[in-house]
Design a protein around this ligand. Structure first.
Ligand SMILES: *Cc1c(COP(=O)(O)O)cnc(C)c1O
Length: 329
C-alpha cells in the first residue's frame, strides 16, 4: 500500500477472538481485535501510531518527546515508555493535578522519570498548545532537539498506524471462516477511526467502519476524522475522493464526557468481565462497546445489516484502577 516507514515497537499481529456468549445472546457474531495486547508497557492503540510518528522523530534527530493529554492519559504513558525504549527523554503536559498518591498511568509516568507540566483544566484547554510550543523552543535552544506529538498522536503520520492495523485485520480475516462486514472502534482524538477508514478505502472498501465518540458527538468528530483521512490520502493516494458515507459514527454514548462515567457504564464493564473474561476500560472501550451492544439489544436498526462485527479493543487497562471507587459490587 506504500505507507511511510515505521519503527517496530508493538507486538504484532494482535489476536482476534470471538466473544462466544455475547454472540449467542445477541444473535450476531462479535469479535474483538485485541489491541490491548500490543505490549505490556506499550499496551493499547497508541503504540501503533507511535511506530510511525517516532520514526519521523528519530529521522529529525529528536532527543526529547513532548506530548499532552489527560492526567491518566494512555497516550502520554505509551509515549513515555516508547521514549525510554528508544533512549529518549519525555516531557508530559497534563490536564489536571495529581491528588494524593499516584496510580494508573500517572504512576507509570512517574516510574519512567518523565518531566511534568501540570495545568489546571481551564488553562489546559486553551493553553496547552502554546505551552508545548514554548517548551519545544526551550529544549531546542538548549541543544536538546524536541519532537512534539499532538493529543493521542492523532496527526496524519500517527493515523497511518491504523491503516497498517487495517491491513493486519484483512490478512487475519483470510484465515477465518468468513470476513467481517463491520469494524467498530472508540473515537477519542480521531486517529484510530481515520486510520481504519483510510485502510478500508485503500483496500477496496469491503467494510463499514463505525466510530463511537466517547465524549461529545459526531458534530465535533466528523470534521476531525475527515481532515485526518484526507491528509493521509493526499500523501499515499492523491486525488482520491472521500465521500462522507465512508465515515460512519454511532452517537449517544459519550455519557458525562471525557473520562467521566455513569453507573450504567461501570456496570457494563463488570458484565463483560464476568461474561467473557475481558476487561474494558472506563474512558474509551467501556463506552464504545456498550454503544455497540446496546444498539443491538434495543434493536435500533443501526446494526441491522451487520452480522459479523469486529470491535477493536484499543486498550486502556491502567485507566481502570483510578476508577475503583466507582464500581459498586
Ligand atoms: C486513545 C484511546 C482511544 C481513542 O483513540 P483515538 O485514536 O484517540 O481516537 C481508544 N481507546 C483507548 C484505550 C485509548 O487510549
Amino acid at each position: 500500500m506504500g505507507l511511510p516507514k515505521k519503527l517496530t515497537l508493538a507486538h504484532l499481529p494482535t489476536p482476534i477472538e470471538k466473544l462466544e456468549r455475547l454472540s449467542a445472546t445477541l444473535g450476531k457474531e462479535l469479535y474483538l481485535k485485541r489491541d490491548d495486547f500490543t505490549g505490556m508497557e506499550l499496551s493499547g492503540n497508541k503504540v501503533r501510531k507511535l511506530e510511525f510518528a517516532l520514526q519521523e522523530a528519530l529521522e529529525q534527530g529528536a532527543k526529547v518527546l513532548i506530548t499532552c493529554g489527560g492526567l491518566q492519559s494512555n497516550h502520554a504513558r505509551a509515549t513515555a515508555v516508547a521514549a525510554r525504549k528508544l533512549g529518549l527523554d519525555c516531557h508530559l503536559v497534563l490536564r489536571g493535578r495529581p491528588q494524593g498518591p499516584d496510580h494508573g498511568n500517572l504512576l507509570l509516568d512517574q516510574l519512567l522519570g518523565c518531566t511534568f507540566t501540570f495545568m489546571e483544566p481551564e488553562d489546559f484547554n486553551d493553553g496547552h498548545l502554546q505551552v508545548m510550543a514554548t517548551l519545544k523552543a526551550a529544549y531546542d535552544e538548549k541543544g536538546t532537539p524536541a519532537y512534539l506529538l499532538p493529543m493521542g498522536a492523532s496527526n496524519a503520520i500517527g493515523t497511518f498506524g491504523y491503516a497498517a492495523a487495517y491491513e493486519e485485520i484483512r490478512l487475519q480475516e483470510d484465515t477465518l471462516e468468513a470476513p467481517f462486514d463491520t469494524i467498530v472502534c472508540a473515537v477519542g482524538s480521531g486517529g484510530t477511526h481515520a486510520g481504519l477508514v483510510l485502510g478500508n478505502m485503500l483496500g477496496g472498501s469491503r467494510h463499514r467502519v463505525v466510530g463511537v465518540p466517547i465524549a461529545e458527538d459526531s458534530r465535533l468528530f466528523r470534521p476531525i476524522v475527515t481532515q485526518l483521512t484526507t491528509e493521509c490520502l493526499d500523501r499515499v493516494a492523491p486525488g482520491t475522493p472521500l465521500p462522507s458515507e465512508k465515515i460512519s459514527f454511532l452517537d449517544g454514548y459519550g455519557g458525562r464526557g471525557y473520562a467521566l462515567n455513569t453507573p450504567e457504564e461501570m456496570t457494563f464493564i463488570r458484565r463483560i468481565a464476568r461474561d467473557e473474561g475481558v476487561f474494558l476500560d472506563p474512558v474509551y472501550t467501556g463506552k464504545a462497546f456498550r454503544g455497540l451492544v446496546t444498539e443491538i439489544e434495543e434493536n435500533t436498526g443501526f446494526f441491522a445489516d451487520s452480522q459479523r462485527i469486529l470491535f477493536v479493543h484499543t486498550g486502556g487497562l491502567y485507566g481502570l484502577f483510578p476508577k475503583s471507587p466507582e464500581f459498586l459490587f
